[in-house]
Ligand binder design. Sequence first.
Ligand code: SF4
Length: 119
Amino acid sequence: MADKPRFVMCICTGECPGFQSLNLWQLINRVRTELDVEYAIVHPQLCVEDGDRFWQDYAKPGHTYVVGACDPVMQRKMFKDAFAEVGGNFDQQVVSLDLRNMTTDEAYNKVAEAIAQLG
Ligand code: SF4
């Protein structure tokens, strides 16, 4: 893999009960400073229209994205078309992680494991 993975955290508007045990900023800062990623960013709600526009702007063939959000099957359904529209391939480029109902440490460990597997 040419580049390190990008970590993209979707926080479900910040209001979703599924993320209430998670300290978003602790997680994102630990990921960006402690793990082998290019960088880490947050999007508030990837599964709506501006999320599609974000992926269409942002997704680049050849890059790998580790996405912390909801159910991986749902992520695939919601994001794959936006990747395809810009010549990408969701199945090859995205590692989807369900980080709902986790503490910050649990979520961090799951991200760390995914990043290590890509290395
Ligand atoms: S992609 Fe998943 S985590 Fe993100 S806003 Fe939509 S339902 Fe919530």
